[in-house]
Design a protein around this ligand. Structure first.
Ligand code: M6R
Length: 603
């Protein structure tokens, strides 16, 4: 959620911290701040809102120093104000934090004499550390002692008055990496933050804390023992974070889909067979697949349920991670659990994985960030190869999650004797045709741009779909809500008459995602029910579908023809472009919509 950076250098660090915070802004943008030590003294600058406000402040009130920490915030405790912005200061200690200190109220009560400036949980950490220093502990000892008292999830970086060669970094539940430069050292929330600074990083493990100096890093495990953690090279992809000529990262990521999907599909299939490298799990021995995720990744799982059931005859449950983790669902030792996450760090998905690990036969994850916690804690971690996704609204990661899941469902179908060789070959061929079809769908952008002018005026929008297009309706509505702030709902076409049809009148656009499939006529009947109540139907279908049912609708969008079972990969494109262009018409902040953050590492 929040982004953390720390730099020990021989140069002024304020510009380096600011640049790194730019790369971390996708994690939160409610406020930003930096702190340094100069001539032994701590100083900080903080500003509300986007990072440019902090840059502007630094022009008038520069901050000197060759050691510093920085933070970009997604507010949890306390509103987005300057007093709540990080770094938080208490006496000789300043702290930046990502996560939630769950016992902060109790800790505050244990420090009755101290006065707190902010409404945050984080400030308690700085005060606690300061109280240990007042008792005579050194900065290193005080930080280590502080960590023992914290409950919840955190990545922390501490800086101390009088210490110009020490950052203490700690991780429990939220990711943190140490970067090794030439005579410089870094601390960062992720590889993206560190990528232009160094290509050598060490990930802290759960419970680790580290003393970082210009000479290197000393890492201790949760018990305080010295720990050896591998230093590895950052993948080149982490460095590619520019917009490549597009106005927004989201647009760049939508238009990258043909390329990244091709890469994903080449990984999962060779010739006309699915062939997953280094994947030992056999679906023939499992009696149930449990898929768990959040947000868009959860909708990818909902699409995949249709695939695993139809192509592999495998009973399938799909759950929202925040519900699954606390519901105590029975998980048999013959069940396979599958977790999908772009970031691989979503707190609820990670907790759900840890629950399932104790019970299930095997735990698989499908992630975009190969080094993530979810990947590391799975029996098998499968990549989606989408490249870095910066836009808060997930687009290419969704399509590549579908690409990976479709291949896995086909593999399961073969292993369980449910798919013929011929049908497998047919499906693999269709998957291979999808990047080309997605290109054709991207060419519909101008038409979508025109129609969304009217969508942008609506107070409420409905998306309808049937079969695997039902979760696509949910995803279309989520995308629209996220970036245009228009209320939108996705419904199974057949469910509309059970209540939501009461919402329909001439002001409500109803977007029907309906390739011509076996149940198309039923969807058309549902669409007619909407039109009979003056709803504005936008039918998104292939030429046959539009020919059969496009008369009298408000608008049509003619999509390329595709095997309906794999249509969600293609229909993701109009859903994304509808949201994108509606947001452009409304003038909202597409890449950094209000109240959201890309990586959700709190519950
Ligand atoms: O990193 P994850 O895939 O685990 O993230 C899950 C959701 O937070 C994410 O998909 C979110 O719903 C997106 N903003 C949707 O566009």
């Amino acid at each position: 959620m929040c982004g953390i950076i720390g730099v020990l250098s021989d140069h002024e660090v304020a510009p380096i911290l600011l640049e790194a915070l730019k790369r971390l802004e996708y994690r939160g943008y409610d406020s930003a701040g930096i702190a340094t030590v100069q001539n032994g003294a701590l100083d900080r600058r903080r500003a509300v809102g986007k990072l440019h406000n902090l840059s502007d402040l630094l022009v008038y009130e520069p901050l000197a120093g060759r050691i510093g920490i920085g933070h970009t915030r997604w507010a949890t405790h306390g509103g987005p104000t300057v007093k709540n912005a990080h770094p938080h200061l208490a006496g000789r200690v300043v702290v930046v934090h990502n996560g939630i200190i769950e016992n902060f109220r109790e800790l505050k009560e244990r420090m009755p004499g101290r006065s707190f400036e902010s409404d945050t949980d984080t400030e308690t950490v700085a005060h606690l550390c300061e109280t240990f220093m007042e008792k005579g502990l050194s900065p290193r000892e005080a930080a280590a002692e502080t960590l023992k008292h914290l409950e919840g999830a955190f990545a922390l970086a501490f800086l101390f008055e009088g210490e110009e060669d020490l950052i203490v970094a700690a991780r429990k539940g939220s990711p943190l990496a140490i970067g090794h430069g030439d005579g410089e050292m870094y601390v960062g929330s992720d590889a993206i933050a560190l990528s232009p600074l160094t290509d050598r990083i060490t990930y802290l493990e759960e419970g680790d804390y580290a003393f970082v100096t210009r000479a290197g890093v000393e890492i201790h495990d949760v018990e305080g023992r010295l720990a050896n953690r591998e230093t590895r090279a950052i993948a080149a992809q982490a460095a590619q974070v520019d917009k490549a000529g597009h106005k927004h990262f989201m647009a760049k990521e939508i238009f990258e889909q043909p390329t990244v999907l091709s890469e994903c599909l080449s990984y999962y299939a060779s010739g006309d067979r699915v062939d997953v490298p280094d994947f030992q799990i056999d679906f023939a021995g499992t009696d149930r697949l449990i898929m768990v995720a959040c947000g868009t990744a959860h909708y990818a799982c909902q699409v995949a349920k249709y695939w695993f059931e139809q192509l592999a005859g495998l009973p399938c449950d799909v759950d929202i991670a925040s519900e699954f983790r606390y519901r105590e669902p029975p998980v048999s030792d013959r069940a396979t659990a599958l977790f999908v996450s772009q970031s691989g760090e979503t707190a609820d998905t990670l907790a759900a994985l840890r629950y399932a690990r104790e019970k299930a036969r095997s735990v698989i994850s499908i992630v975009n960030v190969a080094e993530s916690s979810i990947a590391r804690e799975s029996d098998a971690a499968l990549p989606i190869l989408a490249g870095v996704e910066i836009g808060v609204a997930s687009t290419k990661a969704f399509v590549n999650q579908l690409g990976a899941l479709a291949n896995l469902a086909i593999l399961a179908g073969r292993q369980r004797g449910h798919l013929t060789e011929a049908r497998e070959a047919e499906l693999v061929t269709t998957l291979r045709s999808l990047p080309g079809l997605i290109n054709q769908a991207l060419a519909l952008e101008e038409r979508i741009r025109t129609v969304t002018g009217r969508i942008a005026e609506a107070q409420s929008v409905l998306f309808l779909g049937r079969g695997p297009m039902f979760p696509m309706a949910l995803e279309g509505a989520l995308k629209l809500k996220e970036i245009s702030y228009i209320h939108a709902e996705g419904y199974a076409s057949g469910e509309l008459k059970h209540g939501p049809i009461a919402l329909v009148d001439k002001s409500v656009p109803v977007i029907v995602l309906a390739p011509r499939d076996a149940l198309f006529d039923k969807t058309v009947s549902n669409m007619q029910e909407v039109m009979a109540r003056d709803g504005l139907v936008w039918l998104v279908s292939d030429a046959e579908g539009i020919e059969a049912a496009g008369h009298g609708v408000w608008e049509t969008l003619v999509m390329p023809k595709v095997d309906p079972i794999l249509a969600p990969l293609l229909y993701a494109v109009p859903a994304q472009l509808i949201a994108y262009h509606t947001a452009l018409h409304k003038g909202t902040d597409v890449d950094q919509p209000r109240n959201l953050a890309k990586s959700v590492t709190v519950e």
